[in-house]
Design a protein around this ligand. Structure first.
Ligand code: CP3
Length: 342
């Protein structure tokens, strides 16, 4: 495949960094908003033709260098038997694990819940432009675990889940193992259906002290990422808010590491294993500003980009929901036309 993103991941030199955005499909595109008036998010996600159409929308409308599968990280808890509803306020489980005195016994794996996603991947592969790789993904174990315990859609501290970890480490390990096992099956099936790159989203990587994260969760994330890489697909790990802990994301864990907007990208490059590439890390909220301010911040990346070929331009977290579309397009155009002095 002739793709600037795959070239970068494979260590070839390119004239500019590749660009795509986390959450590029669902949040900012006028065409997505229009479709959302006719169909709910779940209808779009679960109907392969619609999921494929939305997956490819940012490629057409923003001209980004990759498509990311239109789905959600919470399909893994669904495949563990949990019922889920996407309300206007956010995702809500029918019976969060917090409800049960013995949550482990309430997990009942049903992998057929994921079949519609493989059908969507088939459809995307059939209809995408030939130079656009498809990024598959799933949630990393801690983030998935945290949502499974949440009983209040407004709780962003995930108090229940963290309390459970400290109260019952043995049951915690069993649940993490169950999430990991289904995630591996799911990720490997994504590979079989043709994804070109895989990203593991650990959005809430900062909820635990670093040593506990590294001991309890990182080995599970590594297992998922290695299962994908063993099938020949490169991996990106995005452990948001892990701070200095990203030094532990070595080449045996992932090919690239996503850097959040909190950490200066030069510092990330200094501390991360030199064999591991970097993805990131513009503050998504900068896109609320004016194009002059946005450009001044982008210019600061030129030096980094001229010296670092193993870098994928992205945000330091997902695009914010009400970001002006023109500003997102402005960033893509700027990245593509700047002189990267390579
Ligand atoms: O570009 C894309 O949007 C690709 C598909 C995608 C979705 N969710 C679709 C979605 C991806 C990659 C995700 C990942 C995801 N989902 C994460 C990790 C990344 C991150 O942004 O932190 C997390 C934590 C979730 C869980 C989740 N799903 C939440 C908290 C919510 C509600 C708030 C929100 O993000 O909008 C969702 C719902 C969701 N997932 C929507 C979409 C398009 C909105 C549903 C709607 O329109 O009602």
């Amino acid at each position: 495949m002739n793709s600037i993103l795959l070239d970068t991941i494979n260590g070839k030199s390119t004239s500019r960094p590749p660009v795509w955005f986390m959450r590029q499909a669902g949040r900012v595109l006028p065409n997505y908003r229009e479709l959302k008036e006719k169909y709910s998010f779940v209808e779009m996600m679960e109907t392969p033709d619609l999921a494929a159409k939305v997956t490819l929308m940012p490629v057409n409308d923003l001209d980004v260098d990759a498509a990311i599968l239109f789905s959600d990280i919470l399909v893994v808890p669904q495949a563990l038997g949990m019922s889920l509803e996407f309300t206007n306020a956010g995702p809500v489980f029918g019976a969060p694990l917090q409800t049960f005195s013995d949550p482990v016994s309430h997990l009942k794996t049903d992998l057929s819940k994921l079949n519609h996603i493989y059908a969507a991947i088939d459809r995307i592969i059939e209809t995408r432009p030939s130079d656009i790789p498809l990024i598959g993904f799933c949630g990393a174990p801690l983030t998935t675990f945290c949502f499974m315990f949440r009983d209040n859609v407004r709780d962003i501290t995930f108090k229940n889940a963290i309390e459970f970890i400290y109260r019952d480490i043995n049951a915690t390990k069993k649940i993490i193992d169950a999430i990991t096992e289904v995630s591996i099956e799911y990720a490997v099936n994504q590979v079989k259906h043709g994804i070109n790159i895989f990203q593991l989203f650990e959005t809430y990587g900062g909820l635990l002290p670093e040593d506990l994260y590294l001991e309890l969760i990182l080995p599970a994330s590594k297992k998922i990422l290695n299962a994908v890489r063993d099938k020949g697909v490169p991996t990106i790990f995005f452990p948001k808010d892990l701070g200095h802990g990203i030094v532990k994301v070595t080449k045996d864990v992932a090919d690239f590491v996503g850097v959040d907007w909190q950490m200066p990208i030069d510092y990330a490059r200094e501390i991360v294993d030199c064999e591991v590439g970097i993805q990131g890390n513009l503050d998504p909220r900068l896109l609320y500003s004016n194009q002059n301010n946005i450009m001044q911040t982008l210019e600061k990346y030129i030096e980094f980009g001229s010296e670092n070929q193993k870098w994928i331009f992205n945000l330091g977290h997902g695009i914010m929901p009400d970001t002006p579309f023109e500003n997102v397009k402005f960033v893509v155009d700027w990245i593509k036309s700047a002189n990267w002095k390579r």
